[in-house]
Design a protein around this ligand. Structure first.
Ligand code: DX5
Ligand code: ZN
Length: 215
């Protein structure tokens, strides 16, 4: 069974609390919260106060994906807003090891994300110290993009390093995930599938979630 992390980016933002309840009831394991600043990526979404406003509805872990510059300034804010997992981009900091430790010191789990063009070597030295490796399968910034299949080999190589070194991090993919591309990711060694538009566009949310769990 794969872990399904629902990207709230494609939900009805005017009803975000209700939408969270809907995805929780449909069996999603995590809520994936895409924070974009219009600088690291060419789009702006929401920040810590919006995530905090969801707390009364929260029944599953919040996974906050920071697509922002200077992420080290805001780790405390996102933790206080209820983030159980905080994922930062290797491309957004000069001091990834320090940033991962900063996240862990708050008590949150730490994830590192890599854009499609960023090689695994950008975080290879600290793979033993992270909880999640998020491999972007689209260029971050927007929901509804097409899965970039060349990343599938990167998933395979990450899984190989993990097995060889005995590391414990989970591998996650994000972008263009549906039942077909989810299967491609899962077969390569992915444990957590992030999905937004596929889930929110589906007529039967429960069945769509299940198709990813069984990918
Ligand atoms: C893209 C975001 C993704 C995105 C996934 O920058 O990080 O989480 O919302 O959406 P879909 O599943 O529509 O590609
Ligand atoms: Zn994301």
């Amino acid at each position: 069974m794969r872990i399904v992390s629902c990207s709230m980016l494609s939900c009805d933002f005017s009803q975000m609390g209700k939408e969270l309840v809907r995805v929780q009831d449909a069996g999603c394991d995590y809520a994936h919260l895409d924070v974009m600043d219009g600088a690291f990526v060419p789009n702006i979404t929401f920040g810590a106060p919006v995530i905090k406003s969801l707390l009364p509805y929260k029944k599953i872990p919040f996974e906050t994906h920071l697509m922002i510059e200077n992420p080290e300034k805001y780790i405390g804010d996102f933790r206080n807003a209820g983030s159980d997992i905080i994922i930062v981009h290797a491309e957004a900091t000069n001091h990834l090891d320090r940033l991962v430790n900063q996240i862990k010191e708050t008590g949150a789990k730490a994830g590192v994300a890599l854009n499609p063009a960023t090689p695994l070597s950008a975080c290879e030295e600290i793979l033993g110290n992270i909880d999640i490796l998020l491999l972007m399968t689209v260029n971050p910034g927007f929901g509804g993009q097409k899965y970039i299949s060349s990343v599938t080999d990167k998933i395979r190589r990450a899984a190989k390093i993990r097995a060889e070194k005995g590391y414990g991090f989970m591998i996650e993919t994000d972008g263009g995930i549906d039942s077909v591309t989810g299967r491609e990711s899962a077969a390569a060694g992915c444990d957590i599938l992030v999905s937004g538009s596929y889930l929110f566009k589906s007529k039967n949310l429960e069945a769509a979630v299940l198709s990813l769990k069984n990918a």
